[in-house]
Design a protein around this ligand. Sequence first.
Ligand code: GEK
Length: 243
Amino acid sequence: MENNQRDLLFQEKQNVNNFTFDRRVAEVFPDMIARSVPGYKAIIDKSGKLAARFVQPNSNCYDLGCSLGATTQEVACSIIVENVSIIAIDNSQAMLNYARLNADGIRPDTTISLINDDIRQTSIINASLVILNFTLQFIQVSERLALITKIFEGLKPGGCLILSEKIRFKKAKVDQKITDLHHQFKRCQGYSDLEISQKRESIEDVLIPETIDEHIERLNKIGFSESHTWFQCYNFCSIYALK
Ligand code: GEK
């Protein structure tokens, strides 16, 4: 089973269907996300640094929407305290099949559980770190408050939520300019205009971005004591929120 293939999924002209995380996507996922999300590698790397700072001994660490486990692995390698369980959850079995291979043997002294579940149903308990790296954007906007509230309730005092998302800008003109810059980034990564437009068509009803203000307001309303954007590149950002 190879998962290091180049993403050519939208290279040919096709009848575009709604994007799903199936086997074909799982096979090319590392290439797809690295060439589509500016700052992806930096965010994954720094998620490890945040884990080193915020993960508490005798606690759980959740990677929600773990895909192939890139963040899970970085966190596993970065934790400096003892007796931590890492729980990585995704509802795509195709993704988890590869994540299982990738997580094998990383860290014998830390438990890593890979679970096929819908993150809207999963219980969050005794958590010192919860990570939503580019996953909340795939949850219906109307369901986001309940999910983040559940995460807040499952976090220990001092616990941290890392929330990385594609974002939109309130002013249409600004949104268009930044979207153009993102497409320029994708062109520089080797995607053609056809690939960019077909991927966009496929994902636009599936990935619903919000503004940074909408994210921060929700986090504040739920009760996080501080929420800040610590990374932004074009229309992608990462926020940390502390309980
Ligand atoms: C990374 N965090 O490499 N329940 C569980 N999983 C879900 C749900 C849900 N309701 N909805 C979507 N997913 C990863 C990247 S990708 C981001 C995350 C992207 C899963 C979905 O199956 C996919 O694996 C992941 O969320 C989103 O840092 O593709 O842009």
